[in-house]
Write a protein that binds this ligand. Structure first.
Ligand code: URA
Ligand code: CA
Length: 439
């Protein structure tokens, strides 16, 4: 079948078979199918969608477009977690060590931040000495020794997604449930875990803006995982405001270290979401039999300092200086030229925040990249002092900016003001967790 006929079929809303999807995707990876045909195909998918079967085939074809990781020589059930992307979302650096401290085996490949969302690799690299590019055998050795490794995706993992994602980014075709699901799941499945807990974010700082859309994406990803023989669950969590209070790289590592040092109240959203994700990871590993038991076990690992010690071991294994995994020492990594307090423009209640704008403000200070080639400044970013529902007073800062380069400082402050909705009445509390999706 010619490529143009495959595009036409999708344009007319018909279902493609495996051979057709392979012809298109593998042809693209090999450079035999030109960008413009793939662009047309992607736009047809945005408008016509894909059946579950097509999405599962697309995921499978993408997953096998390059290397896949075989973790079967490691003992036990290997578990991974994945967030669809948010702001101030430091859960990996909290959950992964806690789950490992509870006996889970966490072998995880993470990504970098792009645009307004943060990425675990950039956060890890803010610790001097850390090398996230580890050869596969070394990655397996670390997991075998300490139950835990978080590293960068190896070079030839899912090349189809690298090309498709770059194409989607510039053709307004990111926002499609089957395309997002296949992009995420192909990478998770290729990285080899037996069990995967997905944190699907919903709200102003997420790809999915409604709970209904987030549920559809979550359910689709869980079914693809199940279909391809992995144990999967998804948790739909709020991203209408940053999850933690810190947004940045060293600042978010500091927040994770503070959580693991017991310095952050257990009721805080970042801690609550971490415990929930971790409990489901332990459940999928058969290490506990209820969510409550999982949370209790994780809390013990937190309170005893076992989670902090795991993070320290992992940083050392990645070549980093473990002395920084300490609530006092980590402050050294957050030193900047200037701290700038941002004050609200009127009194009232904080009725809403736009997490995306807060992420962009942090990016403008140098904490994130606008383009893939940009370098980031690990120390900069911001710390929020108020959450939605809190009272605001013009005399009290709602945010502190950590600044080295002041080029975009004024714009960042303006964006922070724009991100806020201030009301004279206290808003009704919004949920932190919307649903748990098991199939
Ligand atoms: N994250 C991904 O890896 N892919 C998408 O398409 C969206 C978010
Ligand atoms: Ca399931």
């Amino acid at each position: 079948m010619r490529i143009v006929d495959i595009i036409e079929k999708k344009r007319d809303g018909e279902e493609l078979n495996r051979e057709q999807i392979e012809t298109l995707i593998l042809g693209y990876v090999k450079g035999q199918v030109p960008d413009y045909q793939v662009a047309a195909f992607l736009m047809a998918v945005v408008f016509r969608g894909m059946t579950d079967r097509e999405t599962a085939i697309l995921t499978d074809v993408m997953m096998h477009s390059g290397d896949t990781v075989d973790l079967s020589s490691l003992p036990g059930i290997k578990v991974d977690k994945h967030s669809t992307g948010g702001v101030g979302d430091t859960t990996t650096l909290i959950v992964a060590p806690l789950v490992a401290a509870c006996g889970g085996t966490v072998a995880k490949m993470s990504g970098r931040g792009l645009g307004h969302t943060g990425g675990t690799l950039d956060k890890l690299e803010s610790i001097p000495g850390v090398n996230i590019e580890q050869p596969l055998d070394r990655f397996m050795d670390i997991v075998r020794r300490i139950n835990l490794a978080v590293i960068g995706q190896s070079g030839n993992l899912v090349p189809a997604d690298k090309k498709l994602y770059a194409m989607r980014d510039v053709t307004a075709t990111i926002g499609s449930t089957p395309l997002i699901a296949s992009s995420i799941m192909s990478k998770k499945l290729a990285a080899g875990a037996d069990a995967i807990v997905l944190d699907v974010k919903v709200g102003s700082g997420a790809f999915m803006h409604t709970v209904e859309d987030a549920k559809k994406l979550a359910s689709l990803m869980v079914r693809i995982g199940d279909h391809l023989g992995r144990r999967c669950e998804a948790i739909i969590t709020d991203m209408n405001q940053p999850l933690g209070l810190a947004v940045g790289n060293a600042l978010e590592v500091q927040e994770a270290v503070n959580v693991l040092s017991g310095l952050v109240p257990e009721e805080e959203p970042l801690v609550q979401v971490s415990l929930l994700l971790g409990a489901h990871m332990l459940l999928l590993c058969n290490l506990v039999s209820t969510e409550e038991e999982g949370k209790e076990k994780l809390l013990q690992a937190l309170r005893s300092g076992a989670g902090l010690e795991k993070l320290r071991q992992m940083i050392a294994a990645l070549g980093g200086d473990p002395a920084y995994i300490d609530a006092e020492r980590i402050k050294e990594l957050c030193r900047v030229r200037r701290l700038v307090e941002v004050y609200p423009l009127q009194d009232g209640f904080l009725a809403g925040l736009e997490a995306e704008k807060i992420g962009i403000a942090s990016q403008m200070l140098g904490a994130g990249r606008a383009k893939k080639e940009d370098t980031i400044d690990p120390a900069v970013g911001l710390i929020m002092h108020r959450r939605v529902g809190d009272r605001l007073s013009i005399g009290e800062p709602f945010c502190t900016l950590y600044v080295n380069d002041e080029t975009h400082l004024e714009e960042a402050v303006a964006l922070l003001h724009e991100s806020m909705t201030i009301s004279s009445e206290k808003p009704a509390p919004a949920p932190l967790v919307y649903a748990i999706v098991k199939e």
